[in-house]
Ligand binder design. Structure first.
Ligand SMILES: C[S@@+](CC[C@H](N)C(=O)[O-])C[C@H]1O[C@@H](n2cnc3c(N)ncnc32)[C@H](O)[C@@H]1O
Length: 197
């Protein structure tokens, strides 16, 4: 876990929540919902202030939402239908299994070896037929942005190889141009996969 990154989110939770809420539902969350078992149990891995968790709940899914930032999680605490827990996602265990794991722009804040270890654990945390979504910035160089956050973006080729190695079969992929919380233009990758059986 990168302490400086979590510190940034702890100090900017309110602004982040407003920025995220203003964006409204996106294509990725619709694809995720369409491909997840109705009424299924999902994990929002690095949920932030929880806008996506709430949307999934409102669309009939049962949600567990985890994040390392206490202040970000405060926006979701005591919300009916969402079980919240403060957790470093690099410590994911296989005690529970999910019908879907949603990892939206959180894994990119982990060092490359932490990302790879976490991606290896994903199939073991999915129920049969369960799906995994990964959204992250595209790139090949890690850096710390002007707000102090660590970014470790990945290339499409790299991610496809890791998914394949971990027996995660991609059923939908798209990239888009977007802008980051600090207004910087970014290219983002969206990958949706199922466990190979
Ligand atoms: C860009 S925000 C994305 C939040 C949310 N998923 C969304 O799409 O709006 C990144 C989130 O990842 C969380 N995060 C970063 N590293 C983490 C770690 N090691 N464990 C848990 N959460 C982490 C941050 O606290 C932050 O809430």
């Amino acid at each position: 876990m990168d302490e400086k990154t979590i510190d940034f989110y702890d100090h900017n939770a309110e602004k982040y929540s407003k920025w995220r809420s203003d964006q409204g539902p996106d294509q990725a969350q619709k694809v995720f919902l369409q491909n997840t078992k109705p009424g299924g149990y999902i994990l929002d891995l690095g949920c932030g202030t929880g806008e996506k968790s709430l949307w999934f709940r409102d669309n009939g899914l049962n949600v567990k939402a985890v994040d390392a930032s206490e202040e970000m999680l405060k926006f979701l605490n005591n919300t009916q239908g969402v079980f919240c827990s403060q957790m470093d996602i690099t410590k994911l265990e296989h005690e529970e299994k999910f019908d879907g794991i949603w990892a939206s722009f959180s894994i990119q804040h982990l060092k490359i070896d932490e990302q790879n270890k976490l991606l290896k654990k994903i199939p073991k945390s999915l129920n049969k037929g369960g799906i995994f979504y990964l959204g992250m910035h595209e790139g090949s160089q890690s850096y710390r942005d002007q707000l102090g956050r660590l970014y470790v973006p990945r290339s499409e080729k790299d991610l496809r190889a890791i998914f394949s190695f971990n027996r995660l079969s991609i059923f939908e992929f798209f990239r888009e141009k977007s802008s980051s919380f600090d207004g910087k233009p970014i290219e983002v990758l969206h990958l949706f996969a199922r466990q190979n059986t």
